[in-house]
Structures are given as structure tokens and as C-alpha cells.
Design a protein around this ligand. Sequence first.
Ligand SMILES: Cc1cc2nc3c(=O)[nH]c(=O)nc-3n(C[C@H](O)[C@H](O)[C@H](O)COP(=O)(O)OP(=O)(O)OC[C@H]3O[C@@H](n4cnc5c(N)ncnc54)[C@H](O)[C@@H]3O)c2cc1C
Length: 464
Amino acid sequence: MTALKTNSKLADKLCKVLGKEAVLDSIEDIYAYTHDNNCEQVKEESQIIVVLPSTIEEVQKIVKLCYENEVPIVARGAGTNHVGGCVAKQGGVIIHFSRMNKILEVSRENLNMKVQAGVTVGEIQKVAQQYGLFYPPDPSNLKVSTIGGALALSSGGPRGLKYGTAKDYVLNLKVVLADGELITTGSDCPKNVVGYNLTQLFVGSEGTLGIIVEATLKLIPKPQKSKILLAYFDSIEAATRAVNKILESGITPSVVDLLDKFTLKTIEEFIPTGLKTEKESMLFIEVDGSAKDVENQEKFIIELLNNADIQQIENIEQEEAFWTARRASFGATSRLKGNVITEDVVVPRTKIPALVEGIKKINEKYSLTACIMGHAGDGNIHPNYALNFEDKDEMTRFYKAKDELFELALSLGGTVSGEHGVGSEKAQYLEQAIGKRAYSISKQIKYIFDAKNIMNPQKLFIVK
Ligand SMILES: Cc1cc2nc3c(=O)[nH]c(=O)nc-3n(C[C@H](O)[C@H](O)[C@H](O)COP(=O)(O)OP(=O)(O)OC[C@H]3O[C@@H](n4cnc5c(N)ncnc54)[C@H](O)[C@@H]3O)c2cc1C
């Protein structure tokens, strides 16, 4: 990385606006900002400056300077996305939100919370809970994931089945546009049908249309109680049938995650928790509601899944241990070969067995190892590939397998991402995934907001 350069003229201008300590331009300081979670990197010769604004006005000044100088702008939260989303591939100014990390207001009466872009999802959940309220979206890395990043990707997580994803809990946004102007996208009211839904346009736009600086989030009353149960099956098909059986019965659990045998084994070796590693698949089920509801739902599901081996949880400590194990699938996989790439595809729920079978065949063809798990209730499957980034041959095989994985998901009526987004990693598949006309309209929308193509360029779709 020694060839990373900095645009010193622009750095000087930014220092004047923000003060020297809020501008990072030495190679040592900016190195940490050159990767995302999949280790997507900037080109060595790129010019990068990292800025740490503390206010909306400072963000506006940064963006205006970049607009005048036609310099790319990349917003960055915790840098944990899997799709190269926050990597400034063409160089440019990276706006890091670590200093804009305050919860501005919580209203129990209005069931909402106003936050700056750099607050973590974990902190939002913690503070909501102190008010007896609930912010359900829960990406597994919620302790570090920022709300700016989570909204820009419309992150989900295990509770998506019952509660939806980030897009379902945002009422209003403050966004700095490409020319530095600040807009409000909606209103803080619980209902609002005035004009186009710009809020939802920015959610999931991956920093390509504007910079989210503040959000008003919708909260709901906290369910009184939740409880998990683990159901083991002899096949993926049996587990998928069980998911449908539960949903058809009228019960919507808050979580129904699927883990295959290899995932169970890999996690158990990483964090011994007592998972039954001899089983072919497991459903990690959580039910919630009033204490009585939870008891009834648990009893009903146990009776319904009479072909499953049910592992009941003894106490809250054991429940927390199993949650930690469930969230550790990524870390556990990384121990197998040193590196891990998480993929993310989604299919209609009934197609999960065909998808998992297809993934296994592809992996066999290319001699790859993957822990297959995901949010079965949503049809959202994540093969976590254990890789060694230094092994060029393995990486070539991985990229071929990835092409076939996306073809497979599309052929099953699914798509190339359920929650991780498109970034640069999946940009080449977007036209095929959404169709020619929708793709062309999307490019026009991009042009309306960002005619100079400075907002996170070459992400989502390639603009020539
Ligand atoms: C271990 C692990 C587990 C995960 N589990 C889940 C999961 O269960 N469910 C799930 O959905 N995802 C999951 N993820 C991925 C998840 O989507 C992201 O990690 C997270 O939500 C991104 O937040 P971030 O702060 O790291 O954003 P970054 O990675 O920094 O940025 C993500 C994207 O958002 C843009 N962006 C960031 N801030 C702003 C802003 N203020 N305005 C405009 N654009 C912005 C960036 O430019 C980039 O395109 C996981 C990731 C890891 C590493």
C-alpha cells in the first residue's frame, strides 16, 4: 500500500474547513479505510483523504468542495459491508461518521428516535430498550454496524421475517445531496403520503444518491418476552418443510434461521455451546410476545414439529450462549482457512432445498468449502466461504462459483442479494437481476441526483 497518495491541495482546503485534526491524509492513518469486510481494496495509486465531520454543516462543506473539484465522495460507517460498498475504488474523500454518533431524541409518546448517522444499531437497540421500546432490525454485527450504513444497505438480520428490515423502521431522513444542499426526505409523522417516497429511495441506495446525516427511526413497544428453541432435522428439505408448516399454522416466529451440518460443526468447534453437530440441519427459532403468548407458541411449535429433535433451553444464560453461537457463524468460518467471504442470495422459501442442493454441487465442482446458513423464513441464504486470499487458484475457482451461485438464485426466481446490497461486487449482475428498463430508469435517477457521478461512483451500477 505504499503507493497510496493524497491530493494535498484538496487536503489543505479541507483542513481550513474542518481543522487539521479532522482530516487524515497520511498513509498510516488512511490505510484502515482502504478495505471493507471482504477485503475489497482501493487501487494502490489512488488518492484518498479521510474526513471526520462533527456536524451536518461540516458534511455540507466537505461535499460542496468535492462537488466543485469533481472528487468522488464515499460515506463510511463501520466498513463492515460485504460488497465493496465503502471502498473508494477511484480514490476520493471518505466521510467517516465516527464523530456524528449521538442519539438526539427519543420519544416514547411518538414511538420514534432521532439519531445521527454514526450511531451503532446496538446502541439504538439498547437505548430503545431503556424506554421500553424496540428497534427490531438486527444485523449480526449490530454492535459495530452504524445506522447510516444499515440504512444505506437496508440491512436485515434474523428478525426480518416477523419485523422486516431497516427500511421498515425509518420515518424520515436528512440527506446532503451531491452539491452540498441539505434536504429532508419525508416527515416524522407515523403516516405520510405526500409526494414521492424519497425516504425509501435513499434507503438501500448505498451512498450513491446522497449522504444520510440524520434519521428519524420508528420504534415499537418491546415484546414482553422472547424464547428460543432449537429444532434439528435429518435433511435441509425437512427443515424447510418445517418452516412452511409453522408459518401456515398462523404463527410467525421472530426468528427462523437455518444452519447446515457443516455450520453447526464449525460453530461448535469455535464456541462449544452444546449444538448437536451430528444432525444434518437445525432451525434456530425464536418466538416473542406476552409471557402467555410465548408459552403457547413454544408448546404449539414443539407439537407441530413432531419429526424434529427439539433442544429446549434451560435458562437465560444458555439462551444468550446460543445467540452468541448463532451470531458467530462468520467468525467461526474465518478460522477454517484464515479468510471468509459471505455471499447473500434470496429465493422463494419453497426453493430453499433446491438452492442449498445447487450450492453444494457448485462448491463440489470448484472444490470449495462453505458453511451454509441463513434466514430461512425469508428465503435468504448465506453461504460463508472459507478461503485463503493468498491462494490464487482457489480465488479463481471462488469467482467462477460465485457467478454460478447468482445464476442459480436468479433461475430459481430469486435475486442476488437479500440484505447485503450490491456495491461494486455485484454491480455486474444488477441489469440481469432487475431487468433492462428498470436498470435504465435507475441510471436516470442516479443522474438526477448526481450528474457529476461523484457519489460513491461505480457502486450499485456502473455509470460510464
Ligand atoms: C460479521 C458480520 C455480520 C453481518 N450480519 C448481517 C446481518 O445479519 N444482516 C445484514 O443485513 N447484514 C449483515 N452484515 C452486513 C451489514 O449490512 C453491514 O455490516 C452493516 O449494516 C453496514 O454498516 P456499516 O456501518 O459497516 O457500513 P459500511 O460498510 O461502512 O457502509 C455500507 C454502505 O453504506 C454506505 N454508507 C455508510 N454510511 C452512509 C451514510 N451516512 N450515508 C449514505 N451512505 C452511507 C457506504 O458508502 C456503503 O456503500 C454483517 C456484516 C458482518 C461483518
